[in-house]
Design a protein around this ligand. Structure first.
Ligand code: M6R
Length: 366
């Protein structure tokens, strides 16, 4: 059942070329320049007219939501807020009739997310669910939605469900931006092609597995890790840190790279590995300066870079290479080394990576 892999987590990481492909299939047609997504089409007026979009989720799904905020605001110019379901449900949030709420959940059974959307529904919001498990409670409680089609995810750490969530969210942003007219045709077609190309690029990211395994042995005894990214890769820094905490029990923090100097830089010394998600994008020069700041304080830099990036290769202690992609879709590639690094460190420490202590696959209690 593990298909020859040692663990479900590894199997699920390696399934991503086909799970992302399955998620895009029948929806994205770059050759014809079209997107088909029934749930979006049926609610396009509400989405176009929404004064704002609220995204509600927990954990890894919340990280997908944070990236969606950046992408939807960029392409659709609709204000987006991302909330932890557990906070949203207990405070007294302002919800207007016609607000669109996107709930993201792999299991579709997360209690906090379910209660949060029920509360919002009572106040007139439209609920759009992005769920992996077909027929789950959140799918049923939503007015409309889109499944991620990643197949059953057994490992407690979410991997393939996350990349499928990102794919669905990108489709929604592209469709909405196109329909609203905030995204011009040229960029729309370019991004559609970039999105469609992701499943073909994932294998090159997976090919770094052996190199990442070596890094895992090198860094497995570190007490803490810092994960830094900017822009579209900031949510990936958060996700990398969460994966490491869950699977290897090493304390890790994800931060926006420029926020370092407001505190966390005090942690940096020769014992601290700092993972930079530093693929080539519009923040590239800025992140290079952040790498210099860490090197000046003798931190160990592990950088996820775009292939051919000699500048960062010279500066970093170790690099992990991923294929080039437009910055809006690149996180679907840059997250893969995060998953593999956490996995191999967990394995190197002899831990039960599929069932980490204290965690359950779906959190059906508050
Ligand atoms: O099933 P959900 O997507 O609603 O689950 C949300 C979180 O519990 C989940 O993402 C959790 O953070 C994972 N263990 C992360 O790997």
């Amino acid at each position: 059942e593990k298909g020859g892999y040692d663990h479900f987590m590894l199997k699920e990481i390696f399934e991503q070329p086909s799970t992302v492909f399955d998620c895009l299939r029948g929806r994205v047609d770059a050759a014809n320049g079209t997107i088909t997504m029934a749930g979006v089409e049926a609610n396009i007026e509400q989405l176009k007219n929404a004064q704002r979009i609220l995204i509600i989720a927990c954990g890894t799904s919340w990280h997908a939501g944070l990236l969606a905020e950046y992408i939807i605001e960029e392409l659709c110019r609709t204000p987006v807020e991302v909330e932890y379901a557990s906070e949203f449900r207990y405070r007294n949030p302002v919800i207007h009739k016609g607000d669109v709420i996107i709930a993201i959940s792999q299991s579709g059974e997360t209690a906090d997310t379910l209660v949060a959307i029920e509360k919002a529904k009572e106040q007139g919001a439209i609920i759009f669910g992005i769920v992996n498990v077909v027929g789950s409670s959140i799918a049923r409680a939503s007015h409309a939605g889109a499944y991620t089609h990643a197949g059953p995810e057994i490992g407690v750490a979410s991997t393939k469900a996350f990349t499928a969530q990102l794919a669905v969210l990108a489709i929604i942003a592209l469709k909405l931006g196109y329909e609203k007219g905030t995204l011009d045709n040229k960029r729309f077609l370019h991004l559609l092609n970039e999105l469609e190309a992701i499943p073909e690029k994932i294998p090159a990211a997976l090919n770094q597995a052996e190199a990442i395994k070596q890094l895992a042995y090198k860094y497995k005894d570190a007490r803490d890790f810092l994960y830094l990214g900017r822009g579209y890769n900031f949510p990936i820094a958060l996700e990398g840190a969460l994966k490491l905490k869950e699977i290897s029990y090493i304390h890790a923090e994800g931060y926006p790279a420029a926020e370092m100097k407001h505190g966390p830089i005090a942690l940096v010394d020769e014992n601290l590995p700092v993972v930079f998600i530093a693929t080539r994008d519009s923040y590239h020069e800025k992140i290079i300066s952040n790498i210099q700041e860490i090197k000046a304080r003798k931190g160990k830099v592990i950088a996820v870079i775009t292939e051919g990036d000699d500048v960062i290769t010279q500066m970093a202690d170790d690099v992990i290479v991923v294929p080039a992609a437009d910055e809006l879709v690149a996180p679907m590639l840059s997250v893969i080394p995060m998953q593999l690094l956490a996995y191999y460190i967990g394995v190197a420490k002899g831990l039960d990576v599929d069932k980490p202590r204290n965690l359950a696959k779906s959190v059906t209690v508050e």
